[in-house]
Design a protein around this ligand. Structure first.
Ligand SMILES: Cc1cc2nc3c(=O)[nH]c(=O)nc-3n(C[C@H](O)[C@H](O)[C@H](O)COP(=O)(O)OP(=O)(O)OC[C@H]3O[C@@H](n4cnc5c(N)ncnc54)[C@H](O)[C@@H]3O)c2cc1C
Length: 422
């Protein structure tokens, strides 16, 4: 692996056969997360592909010329031409390998794969998920000198990392940008000494044996596991939804309704959470339109009656969203009548989507006792039905899912584990 600067780009990159180039920056957590993967892969592929690094801040002109806009960015070159897809953000080992493999002949790829040696490392505790719940557990365990590894399929921070603003986390007078709050939580836990394995593929989880396989070859073992994998909101699948998440489209009324004082919003859904959250949102907004796919609400009767009596709530039945478009400060929701197929555009200041959440338990669904909605059941110390396995945060069966409640769960699990391991 070699560090280059802009003046060497022509010779080292464009005049070479196969190259991978890492534009990195300092004070860049995703760059730190990439560094060990890059180094490890350079040992495997280094005879066939040139592994180069370039400091983005010191070589700004070249970065701009190449259209590199964030750190880290990985570029792949073959005989002077950029090939494959650029990788940026929380880059996974498997994504890099996919690109490298397309640059090499099949027999070479096979030969390199045969050199990958499985590794095993042992810890006291494995935490799956580095959102507020997992990060807090990591902090408490680390401060109790318990050897802990945090494993996350993405970069640390969980849902807070992509939340626009957080104004209900105690200790801050002004609202905090979600990415800053999660960054500070993560740095605090990391600086304490917790080991991070983030932006990885979690290949297999064995809760009974307390083993987790990462990136297909690296096994981490421990005495205890904490599951802190959170939830994923169900998406409508309408065009523009992913792009506008946190930029006008929200999945949390407690978190975001207060930003719509005297405004007008759309709510997608018609079940209990949509109708009850709509009631709550009308404390702030002037007008709220529920868009629901059926000809009746599916929430319980009491909630329905309340909503139907609320003068601020209108309901548009038998319609589904097809697209969300941002126009200045407004969000245009294009809806389609499910029977007539006629489309119309609804203009509002924001959109709330409540069509259910799913707990992230895909890898261990069958092994744990769950509630009727698929959330993990725990006791008051956050113990699950499997001895030595704890669960915290949004993934557990509970009534209120917030940062503060996830943080509290993480604290409890860590303290209970510290006591047990003592
Ligand atoms: C848009 C939005 C805005 C919000 N705003 C607020 C707010 O203002 N205030 C507030 O209190 N709450 C807010 N919330 C709720 C809050 O974000 C959650 O309650 C909190 O993040 C839950 O923390 P957690 O650690 O349980 O899970 P999460 O934050 O969801 O973190 C889970 C982590 O687990 C990782 N993961 C998933 N699967 C795996 C796996 N198989 N292996 C390893 N890792 C995995 C994920 O990548 C993620 O990093 C908001 C939620 C949303 C969606």
């Amino acid at each position: 692996m070699k560090e280059i600067n802009a003046s060497e780009f022509e010779r080292e990159v464009l005049q070479s056969e196969r190259v991978i180039l890492d534009f990195y920056s300092t004070e860049c957590p995703p760059c730190e997360a990439l560094a060990s993967k890059f180094e490890d892969l350079s040992r495997l592929y280094g005879n066939d592909v040139k592994f180069l690094k370039i400091f983005r801040q010191g070589n700004r002109e070249l970065a701009e010329k190449l259209g590199v806009k964030s750190s880290p960015t990985l570029l792949f070159y073959n005989k002077g031409q950029e090939v494959g897809s650029r990788l940026t953000g929380g880059i996974k080992r498997s994504e890099i390998i996919r690109n490298l493999d397309t640059m090499l002949p099949a027999d070479k790829v096979k030969e390199i794969k045969s050199l990958i040696k499985p590794s095993v490392s042992e810890f006291d505790v494995i935490i799956l998920g580095a959102g507020p719940g997992g990060l807090t557990a990591g902090l408490y365990l680390c401060q109790s000198k318990i050897n802990t590894v945090l494993v996350d399929i993405a970069l640390p921070g969980g849902q807070v990392r992509t939340t626009h603003e957080v104004s209900n986390y105690p200790g801050f007078i002004e609202p905090q940008a979600g990415y800053m709050l999660s960054h500070n939580m993560s740095e605090q836990t990391k600086l304490c000494g917790t080991i991070y394995k983030v932006a990885v593929d979690v290949t297999r989880v064995d809760l009974e044996k307390k083993e987790v396989v990462i990136d297909e070859h690296e096994t981490v073992k421990a005495k205890k596991i904490i599951i802190a994998t959170g939830t994923t909101p169900n998406l409508t699948g309408a065009q523009g939804e992913k792009e506008l998440k946190g930029k006008g489209i929200s999945y949390c009324a407690t978190c975001d309704a207060k930003y719509y004082d005297d405004k007008e919003v759309i709510v997608i859904g018609g079940g209990n959470s949509a109708v009850e959250e709509s009631e709550y949102i009308t404390r702030f907004v002037n007008k709220l339109t529920i868009v629901h796919q059926f000809d009746k609400l599916t929430a319980n009767k009491q909630a329905q009656e309340k909503a139907l009596k609320n003068p601020k709530i209108n309901i548009l039945f038998e319609n589904e969203p097809r697209a969300f478009i941002k126009e200045g400060d407004k969000i245009i929701t294009e809806v389609e009548n499910v029977k007539t197929k006629v489309r119309q555009k609804l203009v509002s200041d924001g959109v709330f989507i409540f069509i259910g959440m799913k707990p992230n338990i895909g890898l261990f669904r069958d092994k744990l006792e769950l509630d009727q909605w698929g959330y993990i059941k725990t006791d008051e110390d956050m113990r699950t039905s499997i001895p030595g396995v704890y669960a915290v945060g949004d993934v557990i069966s509970k009534k209120y899912r917030q940062i503060t409640t996830a943080v509290a769960d993480g604290t409890i699990a860590a303290m209970a584990i510290a006591k047990e391991l003592d």
